[in-house]
Design a binder for this molecule. Structure first.
Ligand SMILES: Nc1ncnc2c1ncn2[C@@H]1O[C@H](COP(=O)(O)OP(=O)(O)OP(=O)(O)O)[C@@H](O)[C@H]1O
Length: 257
């Protein structure tokens, strides 16, 4: 959980949960040189060095998300959606621009992230709960509900390295929703759950929406996005090309494939 990563939160209007302002993110393709390349580079004069190639994953993205809104982020593979979620969660920093967040954030961005493979399910609930900002007392109080929601009671004393990806998802989702964040960021994560668990998660997300939680959901499932999101932002080749109604957003995405 990232508490108010904004340095200038006061600038955010009261009803805004997330502001993404002129955000760009670049990745360096050749960051990991081999030892030989590194030695050659060290002995090559700067003027003759080949510049490292950079790839712009996000290019000057701008939007506000209001408190209580659910926004879908859609786009084809590699368009930059997960990178944008990571910037909102605070695990990654933009190269240019600012991301302002008002309130606590829980990100369900990579299955198993925040879990330690050699610890049991039970131990990981405490570890992950702490990462999401819950105190030990809060986790004690919510532990039974967390386990009951995940429906993997009989595996709580098993090391999570033996879990399937669906079991990881069940526990990770359950801990995250029970941490009751102001903002919930979800990346394609429901895709690994079985159908029954997906329904249960969506019902739970609807309850969280009614309670005013802000959500950003990345998904390739048109049904999932349309059933949850009020609004959709389309990312295409690192650019934001649409921000509006989900129906129109899917049409715009398809027209730009
Ligand atoms: N840590 C990284 N280092 C280098 N390149 C990266 C890194 N993370 C992402 N990228 C690149 O940035 C681009 C955007 O990736 P991202 O994961 O944000 O796309 P996405 O829209 O979420 O894709 P998908 O729908 O396939 O999950 C891709 O070309 C990807 O290879």
């Amino acid at each position: 959980m990232v508490e108010d990563i904004s340095q200038s939160r006061a600038q955010l209007p009261q009803d805004v949960s997330i502001r993404v302002s002129e955000v760009s993110k670049r990745f360096h393709f050749r960051a990991n040189h081999s030892i030989k390349e590194a030695i050659v580079k060290a002995f090559t004069p700067k003027s003759r060095r080949r510049p490292d190639e950079t790839f712009t994953a996000l290019d000057r993205i701008n939007f506000d998300i209001k408190r209580g809104e659910t926004v879908g982020l859609i786009g084809v593979n590699g368009s930059g959606k997960s990178t944008l979620l990571k910037l909102m969660s605070g695990v990654m920093q933009p190269d240019e621009g600012e991301v302002y967040v008002r309130g606590s954030v829980a990100g369900l961005i990579e299955v198993g992230a925040g879990f330690s493979p050699d610890l049991t399910g039970r131990e990981n609930v405490y570890l992950n709960g702490a990462i999401l900002g819950m105190s030990k007392e809060e986790i004690d109080a919510r532990y039974d509900d967390i386990v009951a929601f995940s429906e993997i009671e009989s595996f709580m004393d098993t090391e999570v390295k033996f879990y399937s990806s669906g079991m990881f998802l069940r526990l990770a989702f359950s801990v995250a929703v029970h941490s009751d964040p102001d903002i919930f960021l979800i990346d394609e994560i429901l895709a690994v759950g079985d159908e029954a668990f997906q329904h249960k998660c969506i019902t739970r997300l609807r309850e969280q929406q009614k309670r005013g939680q802000t959500m950003v959901i990345v998904s390739h499932s048109e049904d999932q996005i349309k059933s949850l999101a009020d609004r959709c932002i389309v990312i295409s080749k690192s650019h934001q090309i649409f921000d509006g109604k989900p129906d129109e957003a899917f049409a715009v995405m398809r027209a730009n494939m």
